[in-house]
Design a protein around this ligand. Structure first.
Ligand SMILES: [Zn+2]
Length: 299
């Protein structure tokens, strides 16, 4: 059994001066790519699915439960310490339907709300899932989405303290200059703000928008208190680029019987899976969690 509580994983990370990554999957290929990358790096890892990256019609038809059941089976097939998150779902109903399916961490997308409303809905989520031993992440302040000109709303350290006290969340995602959906370009990271938040907030801090976050600042923010990075966009980009490259190799006239018969359709996705794996392994090294699986006792 390799599922462990995210709080236990992050406690270990804090104690030993590294961070871990949550690498957001959107299908079975990406999910398994993340697990295999973590195995090859012998690293603790956070696996999961994001409510905003799933196809909304699919989500309506099948719901959260199949993802939870699938994910937990895959996690249990491995010895790597892993936590399992249902990330940034738009509705509290999604969290309800994820309970008991395998996820041990949940996050409602509520950072766009005003402080008071965010406190109210996040407290509701905490109350809802606590009896099931599920932990909760929330975001205070808002990350800008790539292309947006404002800073979204940086996290205020005093508000962060109040937010964590009032809601009882286990993890707090912060906005300190990080950006959602950006894969390159410049960032204005406010490390001083992060240090102030760290002083006032007792729970582990999370940084979303990992894809374009500058490599040379990663160490600084880990030292200043970040113990989990959320990462996804660059994986999706690599997946698409690699898929397009291999699709172009298909001749115009396809013998479909031979094509399906020799499994070429799935073969196209294998190089794309490998591209994801390479990215995840690179990030694992950058966050310093390579080889840290050995720090966890076998359960
Ligand atoms: Zn995010």
């Amino acid at each position: 059994m390799s599922l462990i509580k995210l709080s236990d994983m992050l406690k270990n990370a804090q104690k030993n001066g590294y961070a871990v990554g949550y690498f957001e999957a959107w299908d079975t290929y990406s999910f398994e790519a993340v697990l295999e990358a973590a195995e090859e790096e012998n690293s603790p890892v956070v696996l999961g699915f994001g409510g905003m990256t799933m196809h909304q019609d699919w989500l309506k038809r099948y719901g959260i439960a199949p993802l939870g059941h699938y994910g937990i089976k895959i996690i249990e097939s491995s010895k790597i310490p892993a936590a399992f998150i249902l990330n940034e779902v738009p509705k509290i109903e999604h969290i309800k339907s994820g309970i008991g399916t395998g996820f041990n961490t949940v996050m409602l997308d509520s950072s766009y709300l005003a402080f008071k409303q965010n406190v109210t809905i996040t407290s509701k989520v905490v109350k809802l899932v606590k009896p099931y031993n599920i932990e909760v992440q929330a975001e205070l302040g808002r990350l800008p989405t790539f292309g947006e000109t404002s800073d979204g709303g940086l996290t205020d350290p005093d508000q962060a303290e109040e937010f964590v006290k009032k809601t009882g969340v286990d993890f707090l995602a912060v906005s300190i200059g990080n950006v959602h959906l950006q894969t390159n370009g410049s960032f204005n990271v406010d490390t001083l703000r992060l240090e102030k938040i760290r002083e006032k907030v007792p729970v582990p801090l999370v940084l979303h928008g990992g894809s374009g976050f500058p490599n040379n600042v990663v160490d600084n923010v880990i030292k200043a208190g970040i113990s989990l990075f959320h990462y996804g966009t660059a994986m999706k980009k690599a997946f698409l680029e690699e898929t397009v490259k291999h699709l172009k190799k298909i001749p115009n006239k396809i013998d479909y019987q031979a094509f399906v018969g020799c499994r070429k359709a799935t073969d196209i996705l294998m190089p794309a899976k490998k591209a994801i794996k390479n990215i995840v392994k690179r990030q694992i090294k950058l966050y310093g969690s390579s080889n840290k699986a050995k720090l966890f006792k076998k359960g």
